[in-house]
Design a binder for this molecule. Structure first.
Ligand code: NAD
Length: 362
């Protein structure tokens, strides 16, 4: 079957890792036509928009996209293009596997966790009020009067909406995912003891949904602070984690660290009938254009994309070739070598070449 996929190279190291993933996916022999669409810095230069309408239309039409990372400045400036894509297309489930591959430097072995992060609400909703603005001051006075609590006048305010609808949708997705991929346990992670009406609601809904899966999937609850410690001490005790947006973002990086770092952590953003696949890592601007960074996270995002397209054979071919190259540790980037200055490290292009060669010679 022929697939049409939107390819968004992104910026920073995005174009390099996207090109590597694109070549490796093509090497599996699947019939794929790429429609290149811009977002981020290059899009701004060429079209005057960070996220051109044509890019969103391309994803809506093709239903599947592979996306490189895109830079978001900290503090002022524009809001994240990545978050804008997730919101515009209602890609409500962010699925990030953290799986150990032999050969990778890591404190742990045999880790196989999946993080399922709510992608549409929480402090990522982008409802913010800037310090010093009149509307912020008015809001501060209204809230102070309403809840009889002091908020300093020179505060900035971010709003954390968590709805019953979105909580049920993500928790149900997590349970269905667990059934589909033969997972045993779901752990719901919140700070419900402190944020009773937001995280508390998420937890209440999770408990309700869990009843529908009783005797099929084990259900557990944890607080996010304790979970950060448990994951470092006993990661093997966990299987699928389902979380509100911000905790999901933070624990995804923690879990990437458990299996060897950001260079190998893939991800997907899933909606009702479309999906965007991207690495967990960002655009690492200091490595831009150096042919240095690890393409594994983007290639594994491609593996997830192939599985979504029901191209399991191609997904297995690509994952096995990558597994070989990782375990042999010869044609790998600097971050996968025993020391970062190892002279035998290869570049992004050469690591992709080695994977492609392995696919062709199997
Ligand atoms: P980052 O993930 O870009 O990089 C942090 C560090 O991780 C790098 O300096 C590097 O040491 C390492 N790293 C990341 N990717 C690697 C790879 N493929 N191979 C080897 N090492 C790798 O995080 P950051 O520096 O916090 O963010 C840079 C920019 O990316 C920011 O503007 C941020 O907002 C953006 N970002 C984008 C996305 C996305 O597009 N989905 C995700 C996260 C961050």
């Amino acid at each position: 079957m022929k697939h049409r996929v939107t390819l968004i190279p992104g910026d920073g190291i995005g174009p390099e890792v996207s090109a590597a993933a694109q070549r490796c996916i093509e090497a599996t022999g699947i019939n794929i036509e790429w429609e290149v669409a811009l977002a981020g810095e290059e899009a701004l230069q060429k079209t005057g928009s960070l996220l051109p309408t044509a890019t969103l239309e391309s994803i809506k039409k093709n239903k599947v996209a592979l996306k490189g990372p895109i830079t978001t400045p900290i503090g002022g400036g524009f809001r994240s293009v990545n978050v804008a894509i997730r919101h515009a297309l209602d890609l409500y489930a962010c699925v990030r596997p953290a799986k150990y591959y032999p050969g990778i430097k890591s404190y742990y072995k045999d880790i196989d966790l999946v993080i399922i992060r709510e992608n549409s609400e929480d402090l990522y909703a982008g409802i913010e009020f800037e310090q010093g603005k009149n509307e912020t001051l008015k809001l501060i006075h209204d809230i102070s009067a309403y809840c009889k609590k002091d908020i300093r006048d020179d505060s900035g305010i971010s709003i954390k909406p968590i709805s019953r609808f979105a909580s049920e949708r993500i928790v149900r997705y997590a349970f269905e995912y667990a059934l589909q991929y033969k997972r045993k346990k779901i752990t719901v992670i919140t700070k419900a003891n402190i944020m009773k009406f937001t995280d508390g609601l998420f937890l209440t809904v999770a408990r309700e949904v869990a009843r529908d899966y009783k005797n099929r999937i084990i259900f557990e609850e944890a607080l996010v602070d304790n979970m950060a410690m448990q994951l470092v001490q006993k990661p093997h005790n966990y299987d699928c984690l389902v979380l509100p947006n911000l905790y999901g973002d933070i624990l995804s990086d923690l879990c990437a660290g458990l299996v060897g770092g950001l260079g190998i952590a893939p991800g997907s953003n899933i909606g009702i009938d479309m999906a965007v696949f991207e690495a967990v890592h960002g655009s690492a601007p200091k490595y831009r254009g150096m042919n240095k960074v690890n393409p594994t996270a983007m290639i594994l995002s491609g593996v997830l994309m192939l599985r979504y397209l029901k191209e399991d054979k191609a997904a297995n071919i690509l994952e096995n070739a990558l597994r070989d190259i990782l375990s042999e540790k010869q044609f790998v980037t600097y971050d996968l070598k025993p020391t970062p200055n190892d002279a035998s490290a290869v570049g992004t292009i050469e690591m992709a070449d080695a994977i492609i060669k392995r696919i062709k010679h199997k």
